[in-house]
Design a protein around this ligand. Sequence first.
Ligand SMILES: N[C@@H](CCC(=O)N[C@@H](CS)C(=O)NCC(=O)O)C(=O)O
Length: 216
Amino acid sequence: MTLRLYYHPLASYCWKVLIALYETGVPFEPELIDLQDPDARERFVRMTPLGKFPVLVDEAGGKGFPESSIIIEYLAGKYPAAAKLIPADRDLALRVRLSDRFYDLYVHEKMQKIVGDRIRPAGEKDPSGVARARTELEIALSLVDRDMGEGGWATGLTFTMADCAAAPALYYANQVAPFGEHHAGAARYLERLMSRPSFARVLAEAEPYFAMFPKS
Ligand SMILES: N[C@@H](CCC(=O)N[C@@H](CS)C(=O)NCC(=O)O)C(=O)O
């Protein structure tokens, strides 16, 4: 086994990479990092100073990467089974990367802002930042409604890196700001994502950890 994924089963950006791995069947060794454990955190930060997961290490190739999109780019470039996650056609690949950026920056990051504020101590909360994140999330979801209401995947008929990005972003966004009633297109797309075996497996593996998620 040459690929080692440092991750946590509840961590949304780790889900993005897990979906890519399960989608393509690329074999890997998962290594769960508990950032609450000071020793584990210290070891992890020695490897990746920003202390963010996922991190993928290709032990045979002597390479390691943080950043979910870069990890998926690496998989797509190296493993034929993963090539489908980023189309060979340049224009299509640009659409996939643009959609991946959209879900990370305008859905995922806004959701993280809302979740992050829940775990801040009283007195250190950022209500105006959270209100702004909620407004921006609403705008992003209306774009998802516009583009995804009719079925299919983020950039067409093929499941790509953009869908790997969309799944955790929309799932957790729906937890912190349920959108089923006013964003029907986004809700239907989330249902399709949750029915996809790769994402269903990620959700099943995360289930024992869901009690750790801050509910409010
Ligand atoms: N841009 C990064 C974001 C990674 C990220 O935010 N990871 C979160 C988990 S979903 C994390 O490591 N949080 C731990 C911390 O900030 O202490 C990516 O795409 O991988």
